[in-house]
Design a protein around this ligand. Structure first.
Ligand SMILES: Cc1cc2nc3c(=O)[nH]c(=O)nc-3n(C[C@H](O)[C@H](O)[C@H](O)COP(=O)(O)OP(=O)(O)OC[C@H]3O[C@@H](n4cnc5c(N)ncnc54)[C@H](O)[C@@H]3O)c2cc1C
Length: 392
């Protein structure tokens, strides 16, 4: 499809569905059905099979026409992680069932991966899934589950075979969060908010039709999610000087009295780092959409976390005492994380989590060392031993 053809397709769609008068959900569903949701997805699943590079022009045209946002509920895990994994491993039936309400925001998703004994060492999950006829019965505990209190579905990693080495005994499921056996309890963070939760799974029944990928293939499927997660966290599509770097640069412009040569130098360096990160993110998103999420996402997310933490610290330094005031310590369970909507103190505290969520910076450095630079791997005592024979 040429640039002109795509432009005409969008114009015809907007003429038939005026964003000003079409009901929001009706508009979003129609946009998905027209293949204009994520144009690089296959026809029938929200796309037109185009190159991922075309998505930006589509999104810009829809935004300029005042089209409704498909992500008002902050469905970042659904859009950024569940959807690409379902696209890569899902059956046609699973894609038909899950992708449309995920894209329109009718169904919010969360990620049931981390456990008290399986964070950095995710392949160590001990939540069990046991086959029972056409279903699986799941028991265990998950932790740090962002948005579990809002989610209808979850991507879930569970152990289905304890008698093989850890990476081979896991299976990936799509879990219904409204099942009676799912209990969600809030966990309060350094910001005072409870974005994430503990999730207790007791006798949760998951139909085998909601298994994503083969039995015992969970690690391979989860790796697709983890690679997309890093790009989703660190490489969102954005314009130059948007996000934290935009806010801090504005603060700098608004306070000429606070300027020093040293602060100026630091801001410039971080501005350049942020821009490099933004452009790297654009390239990685294109690779990702072509189904080739590589280890490079680890390097970008590492940079994103460092830059976000240094920028939010610099902002406090520019603001002085004023920056130390914290606006609100009320316990809330937010439906999204918006760095720009809150004050400098919030940004400073929330950015601390950037080097933990989606894989800690230490682990990402290991990935860069081993998979990009080809340095010798860490020694792993449990590598070839059955999971149930490893002391824990
Ligand atoms: C804001 C936020 C949101 C999150 N949302 C979710 C979510 O929605 N779903 C979900 O499943 N999880 C979520 N997490 C969990 C997150 O992925 C884990 O916290 C993370 O993987 C680290 O695991 P851990 O906390 O168990 O730390 P640990 O694995 O116990 O690590 C502790 C420290 O030891 C270091 N370390 C561990 N192993 C090594 C090693 N081999 N080499 C070098 N250093 C090492 C780590 O880097 C870290 O500094 C979230 C976390 C945060 C902060």
């Amino acid at each position: 499809m040429t640039v002109d053809e795509l432009r005409r397709t969008i114009e015809e769609f907007l003429a038939a569905h005026d964003p000003a008068t079409t009901e929001r959900l009706e508009f979003l569903r129609a946009r998905y059905d027209a293949g204009l949701a994520w144009v690089y997805f296959p026809p029938g699943h929200g796309g037109l099979g185009l190159s991922p590079a075309r998505q930006l022009e589509v999104d810009r045209a829809f935004a300029a026409a005042g089209a409704p946002d498909n992500n008002p509920e902050g469905n970042g895990i659904g859009l950024g992680m569940a959807a690409p994994t379902i696209l890569a491993y899902g059956t046609d039936e699973q894609k038909r069932r899950f992708l449309r309400p995920l894209w329109t925001g009718e169904e919010i998703w969360c990620q049931l991966f981390s456990e008290p004994g399986a964070g950095s060492d995710l392949a160590n999950v001990s939540t069990r899934a046991v086959r029972d006829g056409e279903d699986w019965i799941v028991d265990g505990q998950k932790v740090w589950t962002s948005g579990a209190h809002l989610a209808q579905f979850a991507i879930l990693l569970a152990r289905t075979d304890t008698g093989v080495p850890k990476h081979r005994g896991m299976t990936y499921f799509l879990c219904d969060m409204t099942d009676a056996g799912v209990e969600v309890r809030p966990l309060r963070q350094i910001t005072g908010e409870a974005e994430f939760n503990e999730v207790f799974l007791t006798g949760v029944r998951i139909p085998d039709a909601q298994r994503l990928g083969g039995e015992g293939e969970g690690w391979r499927v989860a790796n697709t999610t983890l690679n997309t997660e890093r790009v989703a966290i660190g490489g969102r599509a954005s314009d130059r000087e948007s996000g934290i770097v935009g806010v801090v640069t504005e603060t700098w412009r608004a306070h000429p009295d606070r300027r020093t040569a040293e602060l100026h130098d630091r801001l410039l360096r971080l501005w350049v780092d942020a821009e490099v990160g933004r452009i790297t993110g654009m390239r990685l998103r294109q690779k990702l959409a072509q189904g080739r999420p590589g280890p490079e996402g680890a390097a970008m997310k590492l940079t994103f976390a460092r830059v976000a933490q240094q920028l939010s610290g610099l902002e406090l330094e520019i603001l002085g005492e004023e920056g130390l005031r914290y606006s609100d310590w009320t316990m809330v369970r937010p439906d999204r994380v918006d760095f720009n909507a809150r004050d400098a103190g919030y940004r400073y505290l929330r950015a601390k989590g950037n080097s933990i969520e989606g894989g800690t910076s230490e682990i990402l450095r290991n990935i860069v060392a081993e998979r990009i630079l080809g340095l010798p791997p860490e020694s792993r005592a449990d590598k070839d031993r059955p999971w149930n024979e490893v002391a824990r």
